[in-house]
Design a binder for this molecule. Structure first.
Ligand code: GRG
Length: 299
């Protein structure tokens, strides 16, 4: 991930890899060993780890050691991985490939994939609310971070966005409707990542509001680039099938605006995201670079 992350963010990414591995063990003797195996398969060792990196960096920007944010960073990655498992299921996108290898249901069957998604969603809250976090941090910070994740992941956020997406297939929706959908499906979790970092870091209301604004602009921009990559990239580069949006007759930023205008909108959004970071001053530099690098991402 060298092109996306500077040295500090890259070191967070590596810490996250190690911590995810330790939070998702595969107990040899457990009769339900398979579900642990699928949870581990879907979450450990793959993906850009963008959401957890944001949690840790916003924690640092609010003045707390980023190490304190690791359980929360891992929790949001677990929720993200659950959403990818469920998104790939035959009843959703029916996708055989994820992060460059067979998707969870392709490798382990639909039943185990569904349950592993449920297991990851639940494990996320177990990891955040563990007693040691409540000892090492003011409990208020822990609770506010856990609430932000629950709020973003549920029917008012990511799940709601997915529902609108499914119900919009084959229909002609306009740009405001597409934005409502993507605010839930993609941006909600990125906003939560930024907000959670501020809660753990002890940030004030100005920092939280700025972080949420950054996350929302970044999230919408992220989705525009995702839509562009779906028509310009290859399964080898993306690690997942391409051309899906057209196949499932989905309205996207590209189908509504064309590639050039979609990219222009993403660039404008990126600068709005960068603007939102003003409250963090010079120390926000790594996030400014990250936002601009995400505009150029190839996977
Ligand atoms: C409860 C059935 C059920 C579903 C949960 C599936 C779902 C709700 C929501 C869909 C969320 C989703 C897949 C949104 C798309 C967001 C997106 C662009 C994901 C890809 O994120 P990256 O590029 O992936 O950060 P990596 O692999 O790098 O982590």
């Amino acid at each position: 991930m060298g092109a996306l992350y500077n040295d500090r963010l890259e070191s967070y990414r590596q810490e996250i890899e190690e911590a995810l591995f330790s939070y998702l063990p595969i107990p040899e003797e457990a009769p339900q060993k398979t579900v642990y195996e699928v949870m581990n398969y879907a979450c450990v060792g793959g993906g850009k780890r963008l959401r957890p990196v944001l949690v840790m960096e916003f924690c640092r920007l609010c003045g707390e050691s980023p190490a304190k944010a690791i359980p929360f960073a891992c929790a949001i990655e677990m929720v993200h991985s659950y959403s990818l498992i469920h998104d790939d299921l035959p009843c959703m996108d029916n996708s055989p490939l994820r992060r460059g290898r067979p998707s969870a249901h392709a490798a382990y069957g639909e039943d185990m994939a569904l349950l592993a998604g449920d297991g990851l969603l639940t494990r996320a809250f177990e990891v955040m609310l563990a007693e040691e976090n409540q000892r090492e941090l003011p409990p208020q910070r822990v609770l506010r971070a856990a609430f932000a994740l629950a709020d973003a992941a549920g029917a008012g956020g990511m799940v709601g966005g997915q529902v609108i997406d499914l119900q919009s297939e084959g229909k002609s929706i306009d740009l405001p409707a597409l934005e409502t959908l993507q605010r839930g499906k993609t941006a909600a979790l990125l906003m939560a990542a930024c907000e959670m970092g501020c809660h753990i870091g002890g940030g004030g209301e100005a920092e939280i509001a700025a972080a949420r604004r950054f996350g929302e602009e970044l999230g919408l921009c992220f989705q525009i680039v995702d839509d562009i990559l779906d028509v310009t990239s290859t399964p080898e580069e993306l690690g997942k099938p391409v051309g899906n949006d057209e196949k499932s007759r989905k309205v996207t930023y590209v189908s509504l605006l064309g590639r050039e205008k979609a990219l222009q909108l993403a660039a404008e959004r990126t600068e709005k995201a960068v603007d939102a970071l003003q409250v963090f001053g010079e120390p926000g530099k790594a996030l400014r670079s990250l936002a601009r690098a995400l505009l150029q991402r190839s996977c």
